[in-house]
Design a protein around this ligand. Structure first.
Ligand code: NDP
Length: 332
């Protein structure tokens, strides 16, 4: 793969220009370009510039409102709904998160339900932002079906990611952010293209049999959840929280509505924040640090989020796929 070195500010500029030249105003382009450049900074490349062509496609098809102005409504004293105004999710999150932080600091628990947005990003951005404000963050979202529930041979769940972040007073937060599928369909397609096998049980072929051949999964097959029926239960929970509770589309409904322009389908996101200070009491940080000390003293263990936080320390240019850079430039 040929790569082009790009400084972080050039990554932001490239994303910003592609978005603003295709229908985003400053507020919307800035929110998404910031999320994209932070993803590249941290090495979350599958949710960085790679997503820009899809974002642009959904602006061009008018599926997404590039001039969205999300608004907050308090459903209860500590449950807030963000009406996303059909914009990209990072815009709704930017509007909702400060209110979620305020209300959680008052009440100990806060819920943010984000509706009518188009989600194409990683979730650690929002959970980590909560942890940087000394709150615990949990977030999940659903997507168009590509994953079979345990026992089934047809897709119903999206790759349904979930993220959790725990604040640390003198350290970067512990953050995990993971799809509940064994693998992303994009990765399966890349393995098929490159002639690699995938772990047995990644998905089923069109006859519903487990396979390690990615082309059989990508062509008429289906992905599975991680951990068999246990991952399936978590993927189901995510559908119920991000769609049932938020009051937005389940994955199967998102598929029915989507125009398949290559950009993100409409949907919701569920975010919950908890205050360890108000719930556990003053000693919460020291207590949790004892646990992290035990965990990291075990040989072979690293804490989730550590890879990204180490990547973040590198202030130099990032190597971006040259073909992708040219493609994005052609959209400007
Ligand atoms: P990974 O499998 O790469 O990583 C999952 C998590 O596990 C990360 O938090 C990672 O931390 C942690 N981790 C990985 N290896 C270790 C290890 N050895 N020890 C401890 N922790 C480890 O992520 P996925 O491929 O499942 O998901 C990638 C992204 O895709 C996520 O950001 C997710 O939000 C996004 N996504 C978004 C969707 C959407 O619709 N918006 C749909 C599906 C996925 P670290 O980062 O430090 O490596």
């Amino acid at each position: 793969m040929n790569t082009t070195p790009l400084e972080l500010e050039n990554i932001y500029d490239l994303a910003y220009k592609a978005l603003s030249n295709n229908g985003c105003d400053h507020f919307n382009a800035d929110s998404v370009a910031t999320t994209v450049s932070h993803a590249e900074r941290d090495g979350s490349v599958s949710h960085g510039l790679f997503r820009i062509p899809g974002y642009v496609a959904s602006l061009k098809s008018k599926k997404v409102n590039g001039e969205s102005r999300p608004t907050n409504t308090f459903l209860t004293q500590n449950a807030i709904r963000v009406e996303g105004n059909y914009g990209f999710a990072p815009v709704g999150i930017k509007v909702g998160l400060p209110e979620l932080i305020n209300t959680t600091n008052k009440h100990g628990v806060g819920v943010l339900t984000i509706t009518n947005t188009h989600h194409f990003a990683a979730l650690w951005h929002e959970t980590e932002a909560l942890a940087e404000n000394n709150l615990i963050g949990i977030a999940c979202t659903a997507y168009k079906p590509s994953v079979a529930p345990a026992g089934a041979k047809k897709p119903l769940f999206g790759t349904n990611p979930i993220s959790f972040a725990w604040p640390r007073k003198n350290n970067t937060p512990v953050v995990y952010d993971m799809a509940t599928s064994t693998m992303a369909m994009g990765e399966v397609q890349v393995a098929a293209r490159d002639g690699h096998k995938v772990p047995y049980g990644t998905g089923l072929n069109k006859d519903g049999e487990k396979t390690d051949d990615p082309s059989q999964i990508a062509n008429g097959g289906v992905l599975l959840t991680f951990g068999d029926y246990k991952g399936s239960a978590i993927a189901m929970m995510i559908e119920l929280l991000a769609a049932g509770l938020v009051g937005d589309l389940f994955s199967f409904e998102a598929k029915e509505e989507d125009n398949n322009d290559g950009g993100p389908a409409r949907g919701g996101e569920f975010i919950m924040a908890l205050s360890p200070e108000l719930i556990a009491g003053k000693n919460w940080n020291e207590h949790a640090e004892k646990f992290f000390d035990q965990m990291t003293s075990l040989e072979g263990v690293r804490l989730p989020g550590q890879r990204r936080h180490t990547n973040r320390l590198d202030k130099g240019p990032r190597k971006i796929n040259s073909e992708l850079v040219e493609k994005i430039k052609s959209l400007i």
